[in-house]
Design a protein around this ligand. Structure first.
Ligand code: SAH
Ligand code: MG
Length: 197
């Protein structure tokens, strides 16, 4: 897949101006490196926002590969559709406007890479679904697992504690799961990588 760099740059700049939490450059670099080794055929993304990460990932799809990405917010979903169309990627990136918590329950396809980048309080839920939907040798990647460092802090404001606890559960869960080889890296806002072995 060939990506129009100028158009991608405009999408990124607009997202940053609109305070949409798109992938940080160094996290994207890490994930792109993994994708370039893996050459996935099917990618599942939880949390599309305006399609920035999905567009970046599409470059590394195997031929005839595809991305399924889920976004709960209707405005963002529409902007993502528009962005994906502008880059002529509509045939390889499918965007669904739904709550991924619900949508994943009914999904029964397998994916080579699953990227979790949505509501932090639901990470454990997304992880359980991802474990069911990942192919052997597939890779589950989660962004923002350090939640701006809060996950590493001893004390956090009350309003953040549930998300912090869920993220800690996520990290503990993947580290203990013998079916996965996992590493949690201090890159960007924290990236967890789990390979189904
Ligand atoms: N992956 C994007 C950024 C995603 S930001 C990128 O890097 O370009 C997180 C997105 O997840 C937000 O747009 C938010 O609306 C969405 N989200 C939050 N909870 C969700 C849920 N339960 N189901 C689907 N999307 C959700
Ligand atoms: Mg993120």
């Amino acid at each position: 897949m060939i990506i129009d760099k100028e158009k991608l740059f405009q999408i990124k700049e607009k997202a940053l101006n609109d305070n949409i939490p798109i992938l940080q450059d160094e996290s994207l670099e890490l994930i792109e490196t993994i994708l370039s080794i893996k050459k996935p055929n099917k990618i599942l993304e939880v949390g599309t926002a305006v399609g920035y990460s999905a567009i970046c990932f599409s470059k590394y799809l195997d031929k005839n590969g595809s991305i399924l990405t889920i976004e709960i917010n209707e405005d963002r979903y529409k902007e993502a559709l528009n962005n994906i169309d502008k880059l002529n990627l509509s045939s390889s990136i499918k965007v669904v406007n739904d709550d991924a918590v619900k949508y994943l329950e009914d999904l029964n396809e397998k994916f080579d890479v699953i990227f979790i980048d949505a509501a932090k309080g639901q990470y454990i839920n997304f992880l359980n679904q991802a474990k069911r939907l990942i192919e052997k040798n597939g890779i589950i990647i989660a962004d923002n697992v350090f939640f701006k460092g809060r996950v590493l802090n001893g004390y956090n404001e009350h309003k953040h504690r549930t998300a912090v606890n869920r993220l800690r559960e996520y990290i503990d869960n993947i580290k203990e799961d013998k079916d996965f080889k996992s590493t949690v890296l201090n890159v960007g806002d924290g990236v967890a990588i789990s390979v189904k072995i």
